[in-house]
Write a protein that binds this ligand. Sequence first.
Ligand code: NAD
Length: 438
Amino acid sequence: MKIAMIGTGYVGLVSGVCFSDFGHNVVCVDKDQRKIDMLERGEVPIYEPGLDTLMAKNVEAGRLAFTRDLAAAVDGAEAVFIAVGTPTRRGDGHADLTYVMAAAEEIAKAAKDYVVIVTKSTVPVGTNRKVREVVAAANPDLDFDVASNPEFLREGAAIDDFMKPDRVVVGVETDRAAQVMSDIYRPLYLRDFPIVTTDLESAEMIKYAANAFLATKITFINEIAALCEKVGADVKQVSKGMGMDNRIGNKFLHAGPGYGGSCFPKDTKALARIGQEHASPMYITEAVITVNDSIKRRMIDKLQDLCDGSFNGKTIAVLGVTFKPNTDDMRDAPSLTIVPALVGGGAKVRVCDPQGQHEGEALLPGVDWVDDPYAAVQGADLLVLLTEWNEFRALDLPQIAGSMSRAAMADLRNIYNAEVAKDAGFLAYVSIGRKGFA
Ligand SMILES: NC(=O)c1ccc[n+]([C@@H]2O[C@H](COP(=O)([O-])OP(=O)(O)OC[C@H]3O[C@@H](n4cnc5c(N)ncnc54)[C@H](O)[C@@H]3O)[C@@H](O)[C@H]2O)c1
């Protein structure tokens, strides 16, 4: 099949590469010349494990190409996927659909024969119908269908998630569109990965409901963690005991510094907004947003306590600033709330992240970037573990404690524990929802 993928970001690029690996002919389009230049040189603009090799393999096989020329990519394509960004609109929390609608209009003007226009971007309920109106208005003679195909991949494990999904959700209105979508996903269907076919609205809603639910689960355990600290319980044990209940499950029960990233913050805000617009308030989601903000602020209080009430004049080493490991994505990362509070409070901040510097430099002004965690902690008053990269999971803690000016650690991902920290020579250790010492 011939497929055009509009938008070559985290979702578009991974989807385009994986579809080409299924055997389809894929042209990935982006309006960002820098990205297209990099891709044409065989370079991957984002950090996603395994993507470079898979991309090279399919370019080599002649199934995958990159262009800025949307019209050329759309011409003759049986399906055109929209995978552009839907960031939070300034002021009201709504998903900004400007890029989606602009792409839809461009596709309409370029398409000549029957085509399925598939929205992969996360979009509010009703958007696919609006896409259909935009396309019909821009090209009244075009024979086309719209389809909703929300994406559930996780950055850092995106290829595996795409190739071995828990399910693929497809919202369609016609049998013809359903057939095209089933042909595209046939390789997964043949390997027994479930395809859930729904109407357009349900597919759109599934994506928001799933993300809001996961954000709720994380926020729930984060709130429980705060209570654990007060009552002397250990949130790791609590999570384990809860997660063994099959009705609950053990995923998304790791307490931390609050959720961030490119999806949960904006999707929870958008769902709350959709609820308001339809006079059907999303009270739980609204509470999750508020609690998550308070959790990030709670982290700052924790760090301040470890610095005797003031960051002023302290040297603080921050390990990890991306919103999670194995990505370079900094969008809405907890570090963007926490690090500026340290810098603003007068601390000298050294940051070490295996992939974060490229994106992070502009977002975290006033910090020093250091390649090596051991160099970052040299002479520091506080070590903050903020993202659980593998590189930070087996640090030589005695060496670190010995090289710090004051051996204090805030382990905001619960990688280590109080006993290990004490044995290593730390004078203070705090984590999330567990006993520490100071
Ligand atoms: N990042 C994730 O983990 C993830 C997971 C599931 C769903 N989603 C959803 O997928 C969508 C895309 O997310 P992302 O993280 O890949 O975004 P992104 O910002 O990384 O990429 C979007 C790309 O689209 C390009 N673009 C915008 N308008 C265009 C146009 N008219 N023509 C060509 N290119 C255009 C931009 O230049 C950019 O490269 C969002 O709706 C997001 O919510 C993201």
